[in-house]
Design a protein around this ligand. Structure first.
Ligand SMILES: [Zn+2]
Ligand SMILES: [Zn+2]
Length: 281
């Protein structure tokens, strides 16, 4: 199985527009891997993309992706979905359309039932954006808890009873990858996570000193919402996970690509994602 990290950035990608902090300046000068687009991954064998942040078009070009046949959504938050117009970029053929030609291979869009419901709520003045792409024949839309393509199986495990966010368990033969990009705290309890080869996880604050020297105090409410590194280490130990890759890296963490490379040395089996990173199992 070959997984590409298409985008490793957070809710705010790097460089942040108009920001002249050290990290953004360097990202602007050097480009990737110092720059980070919104959070998404791609499974090469089955041409499957998870999430479409607003800069996905640019990110797919950077990652050298040659086709997208399936799109899964982790949840409906804008930082993971506002690039939905990529369906048009990928599939719209205005010239063919003008002579009555229909798109022959729509993209299969899938997510948890509640997430599909929320995605359909994303509207412009004409109505639901997703409904429009479906009507245009650019996509087909289905809710699902499990997707099987060839010998790859993906389980969508709801984070809690509201079922508004999924953790993905991706298996191929004896290999297992967990993808948990956002809003996954508290982390759901599930036997399926045991012994995974790789956990790719977002939702983590990296370091106690952040952008512009901001010190993350013990009582800061972000600690409730996001994991800290010790919690990631505990999760890794609890489920016997071989390797963890931390993604959804916010510009607010105030760290450059080089800083993350340096920081990796302090942890056993924990790495930090960058755009274009490949995970091969
Ligand atoms: Zn900045
Ligand atoms: Zn997010």
């Amino acid at each position: 199985m070959k997984i590409k990290i298409i985008g490793s950035g957070g809710c705010v990608s790097t460089p942040r527009p108009c920001c002249d902090c050290r990290v953004c300046k360097e990202a602007r000068e050097k480009g990737f891997p110092y720059a980070r687009t919104g959070c998404s991954i791609y499974i090469e064998e089955i041409a499957l993309l998870i999430d479409t942040p607003e800069d996905i078009n640019y990110a797919l070009n950077h990652a050298g992706v040659s086709k997208v046949e399936h799109v899964l959504y982790s949840h409906a938050d804008p930082d993971h979905t506002m690039g939905m117009r990529v369906f048009e970029q990928l599939k719209m053929d205005w010239l063919g359309c003008s002579v009555g030609k229909m798109n022959e291979k729509p993209i299969e869009v899938q997510a948890l039932p509640k997430v599909i419901e929320e995605l359909r709520e994303q509207k412009i003045f004409r109505g639901s954006v997703l409904d429009y792409y479906e009507w245009r024949g650019l996509v087909t839309v289905n809710d699902s808890y499990r997707i099987e393509k060839g010998d790859i199986c993906i389980d969508l495990i709801p984070v809690n009873e509201s079922e508004e966010v999924a953790v993905f368990v991706i298996t191929q033969r004896d290999k297992k990858v967990i993808y948990a990009p956002c809003d996954v705290k508290p982390f759901p309890k599930n036997e399926r996570f045991m012994g995974a080869d790789v956990l790719i996880i977002g939702n983590t604050i990296v370091g106690n000193v952040l952008k512009d020297g901001f010190v993350l105090e013990q009582d800061n409410p972000l600690r409730e919402e996001l994991f800290v590194m010790e919690e990631i280490e505990a999760l890794k130990a609890k489920y016997g996970i071989k390797q963890v890759i931390i993604t959804h890296l916010e510009e607010d963490w105030g760290k450059s690509y080089d800083d993350y490379v340096e920081l990796e040395k302090e942890y056993e089996g924990i790495r930090f994602a960058y755009d274009g990173m490949e995970v091969e199992l």
